[in-house]
Write a protein that binds this ligand. Structure first.
Ligand code: FES
Length: 283
């Protein structure tokens, strides 16, 4: 069992938990993820480690309530426990000192990008962060990103804060203005990562993305998370989740991400109809 020692509402339907998981905290590196189950009948939920504190034996997770399982997870309070957490999983990022890195984050993608920005920053790399969200209210991790970045630029889809438009527009402006980072790291929704790769391909800038393919076991056995990278089949959970974005077949991956939509909709309807209901939907 893993006790939740801190719970924070970062934005509407976006929550942060700090959870006791000493073994995972001791070995966590940027890019690692874990899989949790709330209870015996719970779906397996993969989440990237947003932060870890080996001294305190805790890991930080950030999630958005988008379906039945994350909605149910969001009902947990401080002091409640999560049944099991397996990790750290995946291949951690190979982070070394570079001259300049641009971290492009979309939505809750800013949480998994934070440990990477922090690691680059600690090595002395100049970190320029571009953080996008739908609205000002949905911008999270501002303080954290400002602490580990030399510059942070914001964008909102509705123009309520920072650049009015997608975060890829900000990136295009910077690259068109002559900036040539050694690497762009992009984490967010698949369309955002695909759009980022299109922009960086135009300017010939290496781009690493973190793929949120649907996972089941998280250890390379089920094949659920397979993606095509450079024409080869790869498992996001073992060989990823980070890949060279210019080699990822995003069209195939985006099509595969829709394969359980009907089941997800049904699960959400059943959950909402349940006597306890879903606290997050009542707000
Ligand atoms: S989640 Fe099963 S192979 Fe990756």
């Amino acid at each position: 069992m893993h006790r939740i020692i801190k719970r924070e509402e970062l934005a509407p339907k976006i929550k942060l938990f700090v959870v006791e998981a000493p073994e995972i905290a001791a070995h966590a590196r940027p890019g690692h993820f874990f899989v949790l189950r709330m209870h015996e009948h719970g779906e397996r939920i993969p989440l990237t480690i947003a932060d870890s504190d080996p001294g305190a034996g805790t890991i930080t997770m950030v999630f958005q309530e988008v379906g039945k399982s994350t909605c149910e997870l969001g009902t947990l309070e401080e002091g409640d426990s999560i049944l099991d957490i397996v990790g750290p999983l995946g291949t951690p990022r190979d982070i070394r000192r570079l001259d300049t890195v641009v971290c492009v984050a979309g939505g809750v993608g800013v949480a998994p990008i934070y440990p990477e920005a922090k690691a680059f920053h600690e090595l002395g790399t100049r970190v320029i962060s571009l953080v996008g969200a739908q609205t000002k209210d949905m911008l999270i991790f501002k303080d954290r990103m400002e602490t580990v970045s030399d510059e942070v630029h914001y964008s909102t889809d509705d123009g309520s804060f920072g650049y009015h438009g997608f975060v890829t527009g900000l990136l295009r402006d910077l690259l068109a203005g002559g900036l040539r980072p050694d690497e762009v790291v992009a984490i967010g929704p698949l369309p955002m990562m695909r759009a980022t790769c299109k922009v960086t391909a135009e300017f010939g800038v290496k781009t690493i993305v973190s793929l949120n393919a649907i996972m089941v076991d998280g250890t390379g056995m089920c094949g659920s998370c397979r993606v095509t990278v450079d024409g080869k089949t790869m498992f996001s959970c073992v060989e990823g989740p980070a890949f060279d974005g210019h080699k990822v077949d995003f069209e195939e991956l985006m099509a595969r991400q829709t394969r359980f939509l009907a089941e997800e909709k049904l699960a959400m309807e059943r959950y909402k109809a349940h006597a306890e209901g879903c606290k997050c939907r009542r707000k």
